[in-house]
Design a protein around this ligand. Structure first.
Ligand code: MN
Length: 276
């Protein structure tokens, strides 16, 4: 199921390439106000809510995707966790830029949730440094946990999405350089975990102004999705709705005003971002 948030946080299911069905009425308390935490509860309780959502797909109001405003398909995550240095050739390209050793080692860091935006233009801050795109496979946590074992880690994935880890290159703290407002576009929707047989086979293809810049298979990453979940949850409790992104494939580069980012991941969809 492709779950999206649209028109000020209504819940939608995308049923084909052009149609979204409003299934908000399937959510508990939808008639008395959903409250700030409804998305997080949906991530946590999806198995329970799924039948009602499925039946709302046949009865809910339908819109063409072009007539609604899609938001990021995440709401109020307690954190955005990002894997660093997770593809060999990306580590090599960054090593060529003279980064310190520690930054080339596998790790996780945090991005501010306030940097999240949905499909649509982003406005770059005025900085002296270059601003780069990194197109990454990301996922949303369903069932939370601490010290999650690798073997059962995938059971904690609610669904999959596309994330752009926009980055100010240069010296200084990684989390700050990646946390400017608008530096975390996510979308266009979340594909629930049951629809992805093998995350390793997803093809990540990112075009900048129609030229392919990143093109990998997710399975090429060094630290696997289950291992990232295990590693991150050894440090911090993963909460329902948290976002984890899996690291930049090789081919990162500069973006400027006027650019168009076209990020595609097979089995998920396409995230289009205009840069202003
Ligand atoms: Mn990244």
């Amino acid at each position: 199921m492709k779950l999206a948030l649209f028109n000020d946080n209504r819940l939608g299911v995308v049923v084909d390439d052009s149609t979204i069905v409003d299934v908000t009425a399937a959510l508990p308390q939808h008639d008395t106000g959903l409250g700030a935490g409804f998305w997080v509860r949906l991530c946590r309780d999806f198995a329970e809510l799924r039948p009602a959502i499925e039946s709302a797909v046949s009865t809910g109001p339908r819109h063409t995707l072009t007539e609604v405003e899609l938001g990021a398909p995440v709401l109020n995550p307690t954190k955005v966790i990002a894997a660093a240095s997770n593809y060999t050739e990306h580590i090599e390209e960054m090593s060529d830029k003279g980064l310190p050793e520690w930054m080339l080692e596998s790790d996780v860091f945090l991005k501010a949730p306030s940097s999240i935006v949905g499909q649509g233009p982003i406005t770059l801050p005025a900085l002296d440094a270059e601003i780069h795109y990194e197109c990454e496979l990301a996922f949303v946590i369903g069932k939370g946990g601490k010290d999650i074992p690798v073997e059962s880690a995938l059971e904690h994935v609610f669904g999959w999405t596309i994330l752009l880890d926009i980055t100010e290159r240069g010296k200084g703290d990684r989390s700050r350089r990646k946390s400017y407002d608008g530096f975390t576009p996510i979308g266009p929707w979340v594909v629930t975990a049951d629809e992805v047989d093998s995350w390793q086979d997803m093809a990540i293809v990112m075009r900048l102004n129609d030229i392919v810049r990143q093109d990998v298979r997710a399975g090429d990453m060094l630290v696997s999705v289950p291992q990232i979940i295990a590693n991150a949850s050894r440090v911090m409790t993963l909460n329902p709705g948290d976002v984890i992104t899996t690291g930049a494939p090789p081919g990162v580069g500069k973006i400027e005003s006027g650019d168009r980012i076209d990020a595609k991941i097979s089995g998920i969809g396409q995230l289009l971002i205009d840069v202003r």
